[in-house]
Design a protein around this ligand. Sequence first.
Ligand code: G4P
Length: 526
Amino acid sequence: MTELQEEILKRRTFAIISHPDAGKTTLTEKLLLFGGAIHVAGAVKSNKIKKTATSDWMEIEKQRGISVATSVMGFNYGDYKINILDTPGHQDFAEDTYRTLTAVDSVIIAVDVAKGVEAQTRKLMEVCRMRNTPVMIFVNKLDREGKDPFDLLDELEAELNISVRPLSWPINIGQRFKGVYNIYEEKLDLYTPSKQIVSESVNFKDINSPELENYIGDSDAEKLRSDIELIEGVYPEFDKEEYLKGKLAPVFFGSALNNFGVKELLDCFVQIAPSPRPIHAVEREVKPEEEQFTGFIFKIHANMDPNHRSCIAFVKICSGKFSRNENYKHVRNGKLMRFSSPTAFMAQKKSIVDDAYPGDIVGLPDTGNFKIGDTLTGGEELHFKGLPSFSPEMFKYIDNADPMKAKQLNKGIDQLMDEGVAQIFTNQFNGRKIIGTVGQLQFEVIQYRLLNEYGAQCRWEPLNLYKACWIESDDPAELENFKKRKYQFMAVDKEGRDVFLADSGYVLMMAQNDFKNIRFHFTSEF
Ligand code: G4P
């Protein structure tokens, strides 16, 4: 095996996703604890992570107490190199999370045992399903009262639209929680509430052995045996291939806060989760073990230093070895670029790296050369497939509030949109610019950044729209006819594609009815 192949096989690049408060931050912290990346619990407050250097980059985060940004945490665990891509906790920044999901090879979903599947989890799962991303589920907060685990499994299956297979099983819940039986490793893990200690597990191949009673008592032993029998009867054997295809989600139970069940999750994760896989570019499929370096920008992180308008562009390495000071081709503008201080993210620290491998994320200092979705290669003309934009949920006209600063405003808007802060549409009827976001907070971020970074002032005018749909048709006459009929509601996106701005669900439905030869898309990737 070549050095490159060995490095690839070691890599596990993933994100934890959840509805806010399900325990993503706590779980991330415990994983870092196992990786020795931090030494005490409480050191990470991921979406409240601002106190640490890792995402202390934007002034605005400090002000709002919400992580606007996505950061990367790398650490070694046994023979594995793990990269966790953090996603913003606040749902107004869901676009950021969608993009991050294009750079991961798998996902862990954290679910609160009492709340079950919540809105944000459902939405993020849809994005995973679009790309067939393998997912594992961690049911958290077993130290609290919650739903019956069998009911919860049914809920996960129905709501997330994926088959599930428990690989661990709780013994009681809440006050009476005694631990889990690790089905995957045939071990009994007994629960001791503790934020710092990892509990010992006991090998327990045969749960029919009378020994079980000694550990968990008669009634719980009996219940566990019948539960496991039911699981084995109802759920087929765990099939790793199905998991890798994104069709089957293994489920673990535990309590992240009490450091319980997390190591089991991690141990199974490193064994079954995929290392970097081939990625489709427009031209061809790119395999990670190819010699030539390729990668794409999935995130641009702005304004780390308020005195300079510098950014960090995050590159996911797709193939080959990335080396410092090599010439690489920036495919969109055809330029060769050399990076003298690329950064890696290990153990919550940034440091300059000489080499990086597929699955790794490297931060490149940027002064406005990159856009989200840009491809870098060792020379080949390759374009990794675009990252999808979803129809925004809120829309506002953006107007200039300081006539002396029109140029600055336009430049600022252009650059912020390249960074993927929000989406921009130009109304074809009145020529005005419309900004589309997922939540109100994004408008505030844009306004703040335009002022602080570009010295420009903007004003918002609310616009009541239901959805933006990308439209296309094989019938040019019908398309023209539609555009004429709807001329007040036609816009173009940043790439000049036609977008229909529907002001209500009813209007959209009527349009779909009246124009059968037009396809209406709710994401930009079709
Ligand atoms: P998030 O990133 O998904 O938003 O969730 P986070 O980890 O911040 O956890 C949300 C809350 O749930 C936190 O409490 C956290 O301590 C708690 N929590 C996480 N895991 C468990 C668990 O296994 N059991 C129990 N009982 N609670 C858990 P908080 O009060 O909001 O924050 P804090 O004051 O404790 O920091």
